[in-house]
Design a protein around this ligand. Sequence first.
Ligand SMILES: Cc1cc2nc3c(=O)[nH]c(=O)nc-3n(C[C@H](O)[C@H](O)[C@H](O)COP(=O)(O)OP(=O)(O)OC[C@H]3O[C@@H](n4cnc5c(N)ncnc54)[C@H](O)[C@@H]3O)c2cc1C
Length: 224
Amino acid sequence: MENAMAELIAPTERTRLKRLPDRGAFERETVNAILDEGLVCHMGFVHDEQPFVIPTTYARIDDGLYVHGSAASRTLRTLRGELPVCITVTLLDGLVLARSAFHHSMNYRSVVLLGAAAEVTEPDEKLRALEAVVEHMAPGRWAEVRPPTVQEMKGTMVLRLPIAEASAKIRRGGPIDDAEDMTWPCWAGHVPVRLTALAPVPASTVLPGFPAPAGVNPYVEDYA
Ligand SMILES: Cc1cc2nc3c(=O)[nH]c(=O)nc-3n(C[C@H](O)[C@H](O)[C@H](O)COP(=O)(O)OP(=O)(O)OC[C@H]3O[C@@H](n4cnc5c(N)ncnc54)[C@H](O)[C@@H]3O)c2cc1C
């Protein structure tokens, strides 16, 4: 029943999965969870007939995905003209080692987001977006650091893409081997993979009495 209540991002002809549609997910909650866990997105667009796919960081606020960068950025200046863009986020969850070369695969959760981005010029929204980008990386960090100056705000461009046309795709579990390969003499299974940060390395100039922020802990293994 819970699923019946889930808000769906309506599939369109462009986002409906044709390949392995069972792996598709259109619940807004699922899409948001993948976007919130990812740290890097890839922005694909065509400029002067040449496709580019540019990696960058991002943050989500409600139904908007925000990217930021230098006001001189070719990518951002191109995209603010509401050029069609495709943004993807991929979480790699595992390596799937099948008995045949053919059936090797990966476990993942990924989102494909289509649309057009618009420049955020309203000062409060722009500041909230920049805060979200910093908080996405290390929760609690915004309150600790020097806020941006007027000059830094001027030199920074922020774009917002509505999360309105999007799909998620998820693969989980082990290999799907052909029945006739089940006796092939090799190991088969999957190797879970996750992103792990190591212990933070303080800058040599850090003032005494300032430990690494607790906000990075979710990525850090065995870090107390
Ligand atoms: C880490 C990783 C490794 C992969 N390795 C392979 C591989 O080696 N070979 C391979 O063929 N495929 C691989 N895939 C799956 C790949 O992303 C595509 O889903 C698949 O190739 C089908 O592409 P298509 O254009 O035919 O899909 P279609 O089903 O025709 O795509 C239609 C729409 O479905 C949605 N969609 C498709 N794929 C995704 C996705 N991954 N996430 C969210 N929405 C999606 C998009 O909105 C797209 O416009 C991998 C995916 C990930 C994340």
